[in-house]
Design a protein around this ligand. Structure first.
Ligand code: NBG
Length: 793
């Protein structure tokens, strides 16, 4: 298939596809048909491009990015944009009376991830393709992605997300490349001719069938592949079937296929469930077997694996890849331990994405022993040897205990990564510093060279050029189009920081984006928002550490102040929240309910009408973020310092000119540097202050000493919009994320923002400084740092 050169060619391809694959004529076809036809063309095109890209790079080292999550967002717009076909497609379709924009809305959001971790992986595939680095992302083809969030009287309920009907048009099955993954069974060892032989008998096997999806880089410079494994079990228990036990005959199949049924909807907080462990091993076993055997086929010896393969472990979820590769080297190829370990340690690198202690994965040893007996043996041996190594290096029993891989019946996945990977990095300067000084300090004392930082980045072409076309057009006019390829080019915009025309143009673009978003809300959600009000946005997962409740308490304070003095001037202000909470995270769900109730209270109160509004938007996802980010003016990044590893939403909002109102946490620190400290609204405790104050923290002192806090908390005590919020009231008394400690300073920052907003040109200048400084957060920069500094390319 050829890249369509002109409108007529594309029309021809569309007509063919409509009739051949969908059985409709252009006249009878509806938007979904056109969407599928166009997507199918793009899928085939990018598939072929990938094949030739891969062929060109056959001697090159490859990146294999293992991640339990890839939050891809929609593909059609991105693919057309990258291949420079957007206009052509629009024209071709309009000849059939079809609007391209409407086709975009036919595509579901493949929600194969929870939040930042999964979206980061997707952004990296995009950047790797543009940089011409041959890469494959590996994950699971979850039949159900992240749940659809439905609020019933403010209470989050979870509905299944059927994404495959509209999403599978992007996938190509390769069942000839299936792999077999074994669970359970017994390990049998023997010696033959002086060689140690290991066999697993009586194991239960599952077939991993790969489905590929392509991500085209800008101008088709390269194409990344996302390979998703689906669990299949084709055979049937014939004995049960013959005896008439029909259910029993397929029961095991159903169990096996459960593995790829659904995404675990928790982030930053893994649940130690057997199915989750099965999922993890399923992913890594299929992936490592494929990489390994392909390497042996192409290069004949496993010795050279580290020269051709950089395997990346995205957070600890795919850590079992380490013992899995050891297993292949030891049991299949007869390597000795040291030689195998040397190959493994030169092949793997690991990124840590969170410091939250409860989020660090540990698996019960007995579960691993039962489910993965051979893997368990190998991990035990790694643990033994690593304890020795640590002891010889430190003669310090405590250090040995703290870095142990197995302790008290649990397997510590982050420790396994630190022991086995040649590189360990955090995702922002602050986070990398903290993991080196705290979480992994013992490892650092012995292996200092292993640890580093790669600050996260975002696919700026998606988040700027595609999501915010008005701004992109202005930028092209002012600074040319090189920023599309090189984020740092955005700095050139600074030449216009005092140009009143440009500043006004930025204001007009923001207003147009706000109106567009308000329109959408009116049509889709029947909500009316005032586009002249300041758009204040907090969009991210719901977690206590991210402190959506701090924002909510401040809104309540604002409201109560206005009720007391209705004649007071206030800057009209609309707050948007959007967030999913882990289904079992009770307090997080209560916070959603609280914000919704706050909306009910405020949005219906005639005293504040037209001035204050609060909206909690249901079912947050990548597409919603693409719609809301261009309209945002205040970017709420208010986690307690030292809790947010990086954040990436902060980068997306900055890139669209929103002003960060945030703590010095995660990548906010670098955002402040990039925009200039005077162009960001910082507040709150610093990481080192948090560390110092937390142990003796008494939240009620703030309650006693601050009348505004008192008023807010007492108000909550009496219920909001007729609803009780006992649990929220209780947590404030304990306040693990120090909301009360930062409250007064946060209020001050909010007032400052409202004041600055009174002077539009000044505000727009701040906005310009943010847009122009956002280039360093391009994923292109981040993947190049990985490639050079970590993957050895
Ligand atoms: C998240 C962090 C974010 C970070 C993303 C991507 C997990 C486990 N971690 O701060 O909370 O931006 O990872 O690195 O989802």
């Amino acid at each position: 298939m050829q890249l369509p050169q002109n409108k007529e060619q594309l029309k021809e391809q569309l007509v063919t596809r409509l009739s051949r694959f969908l059985g409709v004529t252009p006249r009878d076809a509806d938007d979904v048909h056109y969407y599928k036809a166009l997507a199918g063309i793009m899928r085939d095109l990018t598939g072929e491009m990938r094949a030739s890209f891969s062929q060109n790079k056959r001697e090159a080292k490859r990146v294999y990015y293992l991640s339990m999550e890839f939050l891809m967002g929609r593909s059609l717009k991105n693919t057309l944009f990258s291949l420079g076909l957007t206009e052509l497609a629009g024209e071709a379709l309009s000849d059939f009376g079809v609007k391209l924009e409407k086709l975009y809305d036919c595509e579901p959001d493949p929600g194969l991830g929870n939040g930042g971790l999964g979206r980061l992986a997707a952004c990296y595939l995009d950047a790797l393709a543009t940089q011409g680095i041959p890469a494959t992302g590996y994950s699971i083809l979850y039949e159900f992605g992240i749940f659809r969030q439905n609020l019933v009287e403010g209470w989050q309920t979870e509905l299944p997300d059927f994404w495959l009907p509209g999403g599978k048009v992007w996938l190509v099955e390769h069942d000839d490349q299936s792999q077999t993954v074994s669970f359970e069974g017994q390990v049998e060892e023997s010696w033959m001719d002086g060689y140690h032989q290991v066999r697993l008998t009586g194991a239960k096997t599952v077939t991993a069938v790969p489905f590929d999806m392509m991500v085209a880089g800008m101008d088709g410079r390269g194409v990344s592949r996302l390979r998703l494994w689906s669990a299949k079990k084709q055979d049937i228990d014939m004995q049960s079937f013959i005896k008439g036990n029909y259910l029993a005959s397929v029961e095991e199949n159903a169990m096996a296929e459960m593995i790829s049924k659904g995404l675990y909807p928790t982030d930053d907080h893994p649940e130690g469930k057997a199915l989750r462990l099965r999922q993890q091993y399923f992913l890594v076993s299929a992936t490592i077997q494929e990489i390994f055997h392909r390497h042996l086929r192409d290069h004949r010896s496993a010795d050279t694996l580290p020269d051709y393969a950089a395997i990346h472990i995205n957070d600890t979820h795919p850590t079992m890849a380490v013992p899995e590769l050891m297993r292949l080297l030891l049991d299949e190829c007869g390597y000795g331990w040291e030689a195998a370990w040397d190959i493994v340690t030169r092949t793997f690198a690991y990124t840590n994405h969170t410091m939250m202690p409860e989020a660090l994965e540990k698996w019960p040893e007995d579960l691993v022993a039962r489910l993965l007996p051979r893997i368990h043996q190998i991990i035990k041996e790694i643990d033994n040897r690593f304890r020795n190594e640590m002891w010889n290096a430190t003669y310090n029993e405590e250090k040995v205990a703290r870095t142990a891989i197995i302790a008290e019946g649990k397997i510590y996945m982050a420790n396994l990564c630190c022991a086995a990977c040649h590189s360990v990095n955090g995702v922002s300067a602050l986070h990398s510093d903290l993991i080196q000084k705290e979480l992994f300090a013992d490892f650092v004392s012995v292996f200092p060279g292993k640890f580093g930082n790669v600050t996260n980045g975002i696919a700026h072409r998606r988040w700027l050029c595609q999501a915010n076309p008005r701004l992109a057009a202005l930028l092209k006019e002012l600074i040319g189009d090189q920023f599309i390829y090189d984020g740092d080019e955005l700095l050139k915009l600074r030449a216009y920081q005092d140009d009143p025309q440009v500043l006004d143009a930025l204001g007009q673009i923001k207003l147009a984006n706000k109106k567009e978003f308000a329109d959408r809300l009116r049509k889709q959600n029947n909500r009316n928002v005032n586009p002249e009000s300041i758009f204040d946005v907090q969009i991210k997962r719901l977690h206590e550490y991210k402190r959506q409740h701090l924002n909510a308490f401040s809104i309540l304070a604002e409201y109560l102040a206005l009720k007391e003095d209705p004649a007071r001037f206030v800057q009209p202000h609309t707050w948007f929240f959007a967030a999913k909470a882990a289904p079992g995270y009770f307090i997080a769900k209560q916070i959603i309910r609280f914000i919704t109730a706050l909306g009910d209270l405020i949005n219906h109160d005639p005293d504040v009408r037209g001035r204050l509004q609060v909206h909690f938007l249901e079912n947050y996802g990548v597409t919603m973020a693409e719609q809301l980010a261009p309209a945002a003016e205040i970017s709420e990044q208010i986690s307690l310092a030292s809790t947010e590893a990086s954040g990436t939403g902060n980068m997306k909002l900055m890139l669209s000119g929103a002003v960060t109102l945030g703590t010095l946490d995660g990548a906010n620190v670098e955002i402040a540097e990039a925009a200039g400290e005077e162009n960001i609204l910082l507040f709150g405790l610093r990481a080192e202050e948090v560390k110092r104050l937390r142990p003796g923290y008494v939240p009620m002192e703030y309650y006693q000493n601050n009348a505004e806090i008192r008023r807010v908390i007492d108000f909550i005590n009496h219920g909001v919009a007729g609803k009780e919020f006992r649990e929220i009231w209780n947590t404030i008394h304990w306040d693990p994320y120090m909301v009360l400690a930062d409250f007064a300073d946060y209020r001050f920052a909010q007032h400052t923002a409202a004041e600055l907003y009174q002077a539009p040109r000044q505000w727009n200048k701040i906005s310009l400084m943010n847009i122009s400084g956002a280039g360093r957060f391009a994923a292109d920069r981040a993947v190049l740092e990985y490639a050079k500094g970590i993957w050895g390319m």
